[in-house]
Design a protein around this ligand. Structure first.
Ligand SMILES: [Fe+2]
Length: 486
């Protein structure tokens, strides 16, 4: 692949002759194709004027559509914009791009878009060789493989699973025996996977069933991303501040602000601060919340936070996404905070949606508040709400932030499913669970970004123990992580 020095130089030369070069995303894409040099030459020899830099989308437009790949041309990403700070770019932000009206058609389009996006990711796996659509699979007997969305799943009294398999060409019954390899892979409804198995039943009969022996998920590359991260300055992560709550940890927050104002060696190097949602406690988020509020006006909660953040030096760029306690729609993806709230904050705060893909230099940070972590811990035995990163790993495996529709996490059926994890992030940060956790999964750094709220009565009732008042600091130089306890 393009890891070979000779090949990399050939590609660089081809583009240099056309006065352009490749973006980091385009290099990553070339790593995933079989013959990168041929693809590059095809592009260079075309009569089209090449963009500067050449991005992944441009390269993809020169790939021949094969029988196994999606015929749907991927649309331009919504919510992509550069804030005023030149080294920051934000993608996947729904702000100003919502199309959802709640019509039945919205749901059909949403699931179709989800299917096509995940099919594109799965289509690059070696296991996708020979996949057929459901219409073709139903016309044959014996071994087959397909890229399918999973519908209803029912478990029989003896433990076998019966499921509906679906793609744009039709539906088919699926079966997973309790002693198959596929059974232990915890398939969830709405997942898009490669199903490998064999066909039962007679040709063209409605009761044809696909017996699944194994399933392959989109996942993320095991060897990770070894790019050298060219970013000047450290990136700090915090979350779930919950201003307005009676359990807001004033003293510890004050220690945080004093530290940020100080001349501490670590602080001097911090250039970015990412806040993973729940800036305030809000009001009316859960029954009788008023009893646990010190400030009962959401605008006042934001005004106080805005004033506090003025103490953070201007040289630090703050990027804040909302959470379920903030004053935006509760359905994901959530837009950024409204303009009248943003006006209460200093100029070094950039607001974006939940989720957002934040590019700082060539580092890709997927910031998601984390609403679906609770759903995943309810559905999957290997996920624990005490260890939110266990849920984040499952999201990366499924390449979706809310893998199952219709559980506790409300999802808006937008035309484009922005909850699909199309680009593998270097850093994936969530909040919501009020834990402090840092781990690595296949080359992606996973962070759950602590909280500034002490245990609430509701959390006491549910035996939830927060791990508050910690700042996670990532140093791109050597990819080191520090945790500062305030
Ligand atoms: Fe929270």
């Amino acid at each position: 692949m393009v890891d070979s020095i000779g090949m990399r130089e050939t590609i660089l030369k081809e583009f240099a002759e056309k006065n352009t070069l490749l973006s980091p995303g385009a290099w990553e894409y070339l790593d995933s194709v079989e013959d990168p040099v041929s693809l590059v030459r095809k592009m260079v020899k075309s009569s089209k004027k090449l963009p500067f830099p050449v991005g992944r989308d441009s390269l993809e437009s020169f790939v021949e559509p094969s029988e196994n790949s999606s015929n749907e041309k991927s649309e331009k990403k919504v919510g992509s914009y550069p804030p005023a700070v030149s080294e920051i770019r934000i993608d996947l932000d729904i702000t100003g791009n919502s199309t959802c009206t709640g019509e039945l058609e919205d749901f059909t389009n949403y699931f179709l878009n989800r299917y096509h996006k995940l099919k594109t990711i799965l289509g690059k796996r070696r296991e996708a060789k020979g996949v057929m659509n459901i219409r073709s699979v139903k016309k044959r007997k014996g071994q087959a493989r397909m890229i399918t969305m999973v519908g209803d799943i029912n478990t029989s009294s003896n433990g076998n699973k019966f499921l509906t398999l679906e793609d744009p060409t039709g539906k088919m019954k699926g079966f997973i025996s309790s002693d198959s390899k596929a059974f232990n892979k915890d398939i969830l409804e709405d997942e898009v996977v490669i199903a490998i198995g064999h066909v039962w039943g007679k040709k063209d009969k409605f009761d044809t069933t696909f017996s699944i022996e194994d399933i392959i998920r989109p996942s993320v590359p095991r060897n990770g991303n070894n790019r050298k991260k060219e970013v000047d300055g450290k990136i700090a992560f915090i979350g779930d501040i919950h201003i307005g709550s009676t359990t807001f940890l004033k003293d510890k927050w004050e220690r945080f602000l004093s530290w940020m104002e100080s001349n501490d060696r670590t602080v001097r190097d911090i250039k970015y601060l990412i806040i993973a949602g729940d800036l305030i406690d809000g009001i009316g988020i859960y029954p009788n919340q008023e009893d646990e509020l010190e400030i009962k006006d959401v605008y006042e909660q934001y005004r106080i936070l805005g004033k506090m953040l003025e103490r953070i030096p201007d040289r630090i760029n703050i990027i804040a996404i909302p959470g379920n306690h903030d004053i935006v729609r509760n359905m994901e993806p959530q837009p950024s905070l409204p303009d009248d709230v943003q006006a209460l904050f200093p100029g070094n705060v950039i607001f974006s949606g939940n989720p957002s893909l934040i590019h700082i230099g060539d580092i890709r940070i997927l910031a998601y508040h984390g609403g679906s972590i609770n759903d995943l811990s309810d559905m999957l035995p290997q996920v624990s709400s005490d260890y939110p990163c266990s849920a984040m790993k499952e999201m990366l495996e499924r390449r979706h932030l809310v893998p199952v529709y219709g559980k506790k996490t409300p999802v808006a059926p937008e035309k484009e499913d922005l909850l699909v994890i199309e680009e593998v992030p270097d850093i994936f940060v969530t909040g919501h669970m009020h834990k402090t956790e840092v781990t690595q999964y296949h080359g992606t750094l996973l962070i759950n970004a602590s909280t500034w709220q002490d245990q609430t009565d509701y959390q006491k009732m549910r035996d939830i123990h927060p791990d508050p008042a910690k700042v996670i600091i990532y140093d791109p130089d050597g990819s080191k992580v520090d945790i500062k306890k305030c």
